[in-house]
Design a protein around this ligand. Structure first.
Ligand code: GLY
Length: 377
């Protein structure tokens, strides 16, 4: 583990790019972006909260490198990832005379990254962009791999495109500006990497996770680095999710149903749903005889040790019954020919794609989770 700058290459032929991970990267953004520019001008899109914390430092760094820039500041929150803001970003970029060979910076978390990435995918049939992810979730997951899109009334991310960034700058220092709940929500995606493919990383998280949550910069750096290394490897082998990339959806089938059931509200943040979803996926795996009882117990013990939402009982307010939750899973993008697919595991670090999972077992896992719910006050 070290505090030096690390670079992870996402190897995609002509569309390859670097993910740089270090403290203080926003202050060096100008120098790091300069080699990617064909003229010294770019546009920044951010949200009000993130801009309040980081836009001045980014602007100063671009000024120092002699790069002209203007910015569009949107409202924070998931609701911003919609058609209206897609139009607004595209029209603003056109009004800024952003050309195909220019760069756009997405400064923010997953919402800004997805919205700006999709705007760039369709603007002039493809404009290049740089991701400067400012949430843990965006640093370890959404800023890497080129999934971009918006939400519609029918569901999340149903309109989108694969459009890879030209560079990702993951500044570890920005994590200290996050509310504790947002940081822990992003940590749900970090745990996912250990669970899906690296048991030694999960061991490390069990030991170092509490220090990471308290602010240990070296632990945060290593957790982001290892997560990005894993994601970069998977994306390089399966960019458009024909196979292995689906493993990144560990916990997500349950999560998407729970997010829908809670109205995409503050009751459940995405990463919290991923954490609960991972615990449920391991429980389902154990009931199918795929992994030992020890595995779901370890997953839950670690989430609890991190004071994270772990069980359905940890979601405030009412949830629909098991059948209704199962029906919500049916709308998931991963449904193929009407059959539910789950990412299950043969143990910690050994996830795989399972087709034809017995419906009764899914219902029993959900029912037991729901029965375990504490009475609501
Ligand atoms: N967030 C899952 C993926 O990028 O494939």
């Amino acid at each position: 583990m070290s505090l030096q700058a690390d670079t992870v290459r996402v190897d995609l032929g002509a569309r390859s790019y670097d993910v740089e991970i270090a403290s203080g990267l926003i202050g060096q953004a100008g120098q790091r972006i300069l080699p990617h520019l064909r003229r010294k001008k770019l546009a920044i899109v951010s949200d009000r909260t993130v801009a309040g914390h980081h836009l001045a430092a980014l602007g100063a760094s671009l000024d120092a490198a002699g790069i002209a820039h203007d910015s569009l500041i949107l409202e924070p929150g998931e609701a911003t990832k919609d058609w209206a803001n897609l139009a607004r970003v595209c029209e603003w970029l056109l009004s800024q005379n952003i050309e195909r060979r220019d760069l756009v910076i997405a400064l923010g978390g997953g919402v800004i990254g997805d919205l700006v990435g999709f705007s760039c995918a369709i603007l002039r049939r493809g404009v290049r962009f740089v991701q400067v992810p400012t949430s843990l979730l965006a640093q370890v997951d959404s800023s890497v791999g080129g999934k971009t899109g918006i939400n519609t009334a029918q569901g999340k991310n149903l309109i989108g495109a694969f459009h890879q960034p030209s560079l990702v700058l993951a500044d570890i220092d920005v994590l200290s500006t996050l509310p504790a709940r947002d940081l822990l929500s992003g940590y749900g995606e970090v745990v996912k990497y250990g669970l899906l493919g690296d048991a030694a990383f999960f061991d490390w998280l069990e030991a170092q996770g509490p220090a990471l949550a308290k602010g240990d910069a070296a632990a945060r750096h290593y957790a982001v680095l290892r997560s990005v290394q894993m994601k970069a490897g998977i994306v390089a082998r399966d960019e458009t999710e024909e196979g292995e990339r689906a493993l990144l959806n560990l916990g997500h089938t349950f999560c998407h149903a729970l997010e829908k059931a809670t109205g995409y509200s503050d009751r459940l943040l995405h990463g919290e749903g991923v954490a609960i979803g991972c615990a449920l996926a391991f429980e389902l795996s154990q009931r199918m005889g795929l992994c030992a009882q020890e595995s779901p117990s370890r997953v839950r013990a670690h989430l609890k040790a991190m004071r994270m939402k772990t069980d359905l009982a940890d979601i405030p307010g009412d949830l629909p019954g098991a059948e209704a939750l199962l029906a919500l899973m049916g709308q998931d993008k991963k449904v193929i020919d009407g059959k539910l697919r789950f990412i299950l595991a043969r143990g910690i670090g050994a996830a795989f794609v399972a087709e034809d999972v017995p419906r009764d077992l899914v219902l029993s896992v959900l029912n037991d989770g729901i029965r375990g719910r504490a009475p609501q006050k």
